[in-house]
Design a protein around this ligand. Structure first.
Ligand code: GDP
Ligand code: IMO
Ligand code: MG
Length: 426
């Protein structure tokens, strides 16, 4: 395991939290490398449910140092609340470390997120409205405030004054909103700074030392490959690199430090928010996937869109991430469906596509070419070894391996930590 990336291979909510928690048993450091509190990662231990948004999923293990890397955007109020909530449940969050270079989500980012979505109307992205996009916009326009800035009140105030003047101009003159108050924000964030000071450190050095000191390091992605700003279904994406490259830039290590990349993929697909989704179901089967799979967002509570597994997209994900293995979650949910489908290609505008199309117009017009597979129709949630899975379930897993070109090494058959089957090489 030395340095392993665990990331979403689809449109998010694949079960990254569960898989990261599983691997964290043997980890020393677990790093979140991008995104912010748009993520909602669920872990279930002995029937107790934890929903984490910013704190890495390794936090439940006492030997793990959870790290929030430079590539993330941090809402300090949310971070502190999440740490307090963990404390209340008997989990010590004092080991958390956050990069001084991570950008800070400010109240005007949340406000801009909401007004930009309103401005887009029916063209909206369906963001989580947590200020993620506007915070990354400021980072790339070199207008951002970083964690380290909060600890120098004079510099912080200076930067805030300049930025807020510009934001208030936009909010009032362009979007017809009330301006935000400088002193109020300044005071609020100084209180956060006071509490966060001890957690901020040079996380790039911390992670490098761990890797080169022979420790086990996990990199936990948020969102998923098809929500990646470069490789996803732009513009219906998030504003960071959720693909494997993001683990490198977002934590300050070199590509040679990474040993393996695990793509987490649901046995079917879900998506929250708008944008293309070739295998989406608009029928009763899709409704049943939502209800049986409990497909409601962790962060916003929105109903997720559902559809059959898309092997074209999975093969694409294998390529852009250099996946070395796949962890397939929620195979147990498919027990409820008599016959199953997997998309093996697309038809679009009179042409067949075996590879994921890069052109938005082509993607929008995609109709999946399906392969039918037999269901197994029996509950598998108590199955503990691969050999004990019904033959049809094994055929499903092995067909996905063939189509994606990647071995499925872990199979989820329930939300709990223990509901996981190892699939060793034959
Ligand atoms: P993440 O954002 O990728 O961490 O995924 P979410 O936590 O948003 O959504 C995944 C949901 O599926 C959560 O409710 C998990 O508890 C649940 N889950 C994860 N793996 C499995 C599995 O193998 N079977 C079942 N039934 N539920 C699972
Ligand atoms: P986890 O880590 C699923 C989606 C939003 C929206 C788009 C942009 O739990 O898998 P943003 O607020 O990031 O600007 O929204 O991305 N989105 C997610 N969908 N899971 C997530 O995180 C997501 N984070 C963002 O719904 O379509
Ligand atoms: Mg989620």
């Amino acid at each position: 395991m030395p340095a392993t990336v665990i990331l979403g291979a689809q449109w998010g909510d694949e079960g990254k939290g569960k898989i990261t928690d599983l691997y964290s048993r043997d980890a020393d450091v677990v790093v979140r490398y991008q995104g912010g509190n748009n993520a909602g990662h669920t872990i279930v231990v002995d029937g107790e449910r934890f929903a984490l948004s910013l704190i890495p999923s390794g936090v439940l293990y006492p030997q793990v140092t959870p790290v929030i890397g430079n590539g993330t955007v941090v809402d300090p109020g949310v971070m502190l609340k999440e740490m307090d909530a963990l404390s209340e449940r008997g989990i010590d969050p004092s080991r958390v470390r956050v990069s001084g270079n991570a950008h800070v989500i400010m109240p005007y980012h949340r406000k801009m997120d909401a007004v930009l979505e309103r401005y887009l109307g029916k063209e909206q992205i369906g963001t989580t409205k947590r200020g993620i996009g506007p915070a990354y916009m400021d980072k790339y326009s070199r207008f951002g405030i970083r964690m380290q800035d909060l600890f120098d009140p004079k510099i912080f105030r200076q930067k805030l004054e300049i930025v807020l003047k510009d934001k208030n101009r936009q909010l009032t003159k362009v979007y017809n909103q009330l301006p935000l108050d400088l002193d109020e924000i300044y005071e609020e964030y100084l209180v956060y700074a006071d509490r966060l000071q001890d957690y901020v450190t040079d996380t790039s050095l911390l992670v490098w030392k761990a890797i080169h000191g022979g420790k086990n390091v996990l990199f936990e992605g948020a969102q998923g490959t098809l929500l990646d700003i470069d490789h996803g279904t732009y513009p219906f994406v998030t504003s960071s690199n959720s693909t494997a490259g993001g683990a490198v830039t977002g934590s300050g290590i070199g590509p040679r430090d990474i040993d393996s990349v695990i793509g987490v993929a649901k046995a079917y697909i879900t998506r929250v928010g708008t944008g293309p989704f070739p295998t989406e179901l608009h029928d009763e089967t899709g409704e049943r996937m939502i209800e049986i799979g409990g497909e409601y967002g962790v962060v916003t509570g929105r109903r997720r869109r559902t559809g059959w597994l898309d092997a074209v997209a999975l093969r694409y994900s294998a390529r852009v991430n250099g996946l070395t293995e796949i962890a397939m979650t929620k195979l147990d949910i498919l027990s409820n469906f008599g016959s199953l489908k997997i998309a093996v290609a697309y038809d679009s505008l009179g042409e067949r596509y075996d590879e994921f199309p890069r052109q938005q117009r082509v993607l929008y017009n995609c109709h999946p070419v399906y392969e039918n597979l037999e269901g197994w129709g029996v509950d598998i949630s108590g199955v503990e070894s691969y050999d004990d899975l019904p033959d049809a379930a094994k055929r499903y897993v092995e067909r996905v391996e063939e189509l994606s070109g990647v071995r499925i090494t872990t199979i989820g058959v329930g939300p709990g930590r223990e509901a996981t089957i190892a699939h060793p090489a034959p």
